[in-house]
Ligand binder design. Structure first.
Ligand code: TXA
Ligand code: MG
Length: 324
């Protein structure tokens, strides 16, 4: 199959109507989208990504109002947050209506929904009468794509169309929240909307869900080793780590620090002015480009644990989880 890259919403729509998956741009990362109401089409997502079917998919809707067709018992707090942050990088885990298949939710009675903030994808969603189930458009376990070319690198020949909406603005996946029986807010994945921003809107603390049980994780995609480059990555104090890797070819990822011990071409400074959104937007592209370099190891700094820094640290932790 030839994979075409373009910005023609009608072509993307035709493939979706034919039950084919297409890659779509979002403000977070590129998604691999299919008609969420068509099980055969949804199955193709799992095949293309090599993703186990126990890992459920987010459904993407054109608006919060439209999303109400697929969810029920929506807590008032979700409505407040939706008013503030949708369209945008916030995913809500809510009770599903019967029209959403078990394949999409991996058998759970909850479905993850989000309204992506990208003009092309919003226009596409407005032109169809079904939501799009879409995980990130990377092979299972690898780094999420933030450009159309990243998608092409791994999915060429496997999907007919990549809707090219330019590089992703946010560059990290959406924040995933849910609600417990007392309607407290649970944070399952840090991402494009910070914990602090959510707490500010609700004027209450959010509960960070850590160490989900492997046998039965609440969000099955949050297993430790994930978003991983092929090159081994260690996350911590780079100067300390360097002592261990003295005689090896090293690449570094830092917020703004330079390291005299590492060749300049192997140093990836994500934001010289220490702006977390800029660092977040560059992270995945940098991990991919380091995978193209001939280095033995990636040493990555710990970022400030605030705002998008939490999501950056989370991804670096997972990227390194295989090796520590
Ligand atoms: O920013 C994003 O969220 C991107 C773009 C494409 O929208 N999507 C994305 O999807 O990151 P994915 O599949 O790579 O990650 C979704 C996460 C996984 O950890 C999955 O287990 C969890 O959400 N998830 C999805 N549906 C769920 C459900 N019904 N219950 C629990 N967890 C769910
Ligand atoms: Mg993913």
């Amino acid at each position: 199959m030839d994979t075409i890259i373009g910005n023609d919403i009608d072509q993307a729509k035709q493939h979706l109507l034919n039950g084919e998956p297409v890659a779509i741009p979002t403000e977070t990362v590129y998604g691999l989208a299919a008609n969420a109401m068509n099980e055969k089409a949804v199955l193709k997502i799992f095949e293309v990504k090599n993703r186990p079917t126990f890992n459920p998919l987010i459904i993407h809707c054109s608006s919060w109002a439209n999303a109400q067709l697929y969810v029920k018992n929506v807590p008032v707090k979700a409505i407040y947050l939706a008013e503030k942050f949708t369209p945008g990088p916030l995913t809500f885990l809510l009770d599903k209506q019967n029209n959403i298949s078990d394949l999409v939710t991996a058998g759970s009675n909850k479905v993850a929904v989000r309204i992506p903030k990208h003009p092309l994808t919003l226009a596409l969603l407005q032109s169809i009468d079904f939501p799009l189930a879409a995980p990130s458009a990377n092979p299972f376990g690898y780094i999420s794509p933030t450009t159309a070319n990243h998608v092409l690198q791994h999915l060429a020949g496997k999907i007919p169309y990549i809707l090219d909406g330019g590089p992703a603005d946010v560059g990290l996946e959406s924040t995933i929240i849910g609600f417990d029986a007392q309607n407290r807010v649970l944070l399952y994945r840090s991402g494009g909307i910070s914990l602090e921003a959510i707490e500010k809107v609700l004027q209450e603390k959010v509960i960070i869900v850590k160490n989900q049980p492997i046998e039965n994780p609440a969000t099955p995609g949050q297993l430790t080793s994930h978003y991983a480059p092929l090159t081994p990555l260690y996350n911590g104090d780079v100067k300390e780590l360097l002592k261990r890797w003295k005689d090896k070819r090293v690449a570094s990822i830092s917020f703004s620090t330079q390291f005299d011990e590492i060749p300049v071409g192997n140093q990836f400074i994500l934001s010289p002015n220490r702006l977390l959104p800029e660092a977040a937007a560059k992270l995945f592209a940098v991990l991919r480009s380091i995978d193209q370099l001939e280095v033995d190891v990636i040493l990555a700094e710990v970022f400030p644990a605030e705002g998008l820094g939490r999501a950056i640290n989370d991804r670096l932790n997972r990227a390194g989880a295989k090796h520590q």
